[in-house]
Design a protein around this ligand. Sequence first.
Ligand SMILES: Cc1cc2nc3c(=O)[nH]c(=O)nc-3n(C[C@H](O)[C@H](O)[C@H](O)COP(=O)(O)O)c2cc1C
Length: 368
Amino acid sequence: MTFSSLSHVKLDYPWTAAPLIVSAPMLNIATANLAAAVSLAGGLGFIAGGYDLSHLEKELVDARRLINEVTFKTSYRQQNPPQESPVLPVGVGFLNWGASLETALPLIKTYRPCAIWLFAPKTGADDLLPWVQRIRSESPYNVKIWVQLCCVVDAMECVQKLQPDVLVVQGCDAGGHGYARSASVITLLPEIVDQLDLSRPHKLHRPSIVAAGGIVDGRGVAAAVTLGADGCAMGTRFLASPEAQISKGYQKEILRASDGGVSTVRSTVYDKVRGIYGWPGRFDGRGLINRSYEDILNKVVTEDENRHLYEREKLKGDHGWGSQGRMTTYAGTGVGLIREVLPAGQIVTKTRQDAMKPLQQPSFTARL
Ligand SMILES: Cc1cc2nc3c(=O)[nH]c(=O)nc-3n(C[C@H](O)[C@H](O)[C@H](O)COP(=O)(O)O)c2cc1C
């Protein structure tokens, strides 16, 4: 199977190998270090711009430096000398309910990230229209637009109104934020693929598809490709990498936790304890269950008390994490499959190699 024949991915991101492995933009965690390491390993790394873009320029400067330092020595840069390849081979993710387009645009024009990832507009695709139109018309290079979404209706509306280059289809197993009511990738992705195929006679634009949510290893990637994805975005897996900007207490929990369907929960509690109220109503976030959640569930504390206790917990440093701790520990249901911290580049190459095994080996068909 050749994946490049399935989509424009290889043409649009020439340093990548198929199937495409993407590190998701994770607020406060996916900095230049993680994004550059992923792209340098033949994946595509996203810096998290989030909703407050005050740190974004520093991250873009760092990403440019990291890429330039290393790629001069690699075949990618030899084949694509700087003057012919001014595009930064990392992307930037925005949380559109809060991010300012006026702040983002000059940064995009100056640093030329290869892809812009849009997620969580206040209402729907119409909110993203000014972003897509202005980024496309004002960026002096071929920037790609990615939109992450969590249901079939949004996917079709997004394709009709925005013609994105990539749809990131996020299923309910995902760590961090997503729709409170959503399906797993295993049903969501093929339904979107079917709807896109059905609408083809009406000449609806066909974006590439990247699957997200619960994918943490090669088996998950192989499954997503079988369902129709051109690549996969992983968040939780990269939390267990040295390049992730994450405290030791958080990372230890990612390695410790198992049985993600039981040990994690979707909730708005983890926003409330941190005083974050901007997320649109249909969103919540998946994280490991801890005292912040249990105490609200069991009505042991009020929301105010919970928030106060969270502030006190912060003073405990790494000891504030854990099932008896209170620190927010966003993670997807795949958390139980993550058993070691690996360099982000190794996660990319190993995941890709492991994905190819079931897809290519005759033993795969022999089992059927
Ligand atoms: C800690 C954490 C933070 C996240 N922050 C963001 C974010 O800032 N922007 C965004 O678009 N998605 C964010 N996500 C969701 C990811 O884009 C992606 O959908 C998710 O990680 C995929 O599921 P997985 O965690 O099971 O791999 C975050 C996910 C995690 C785990």
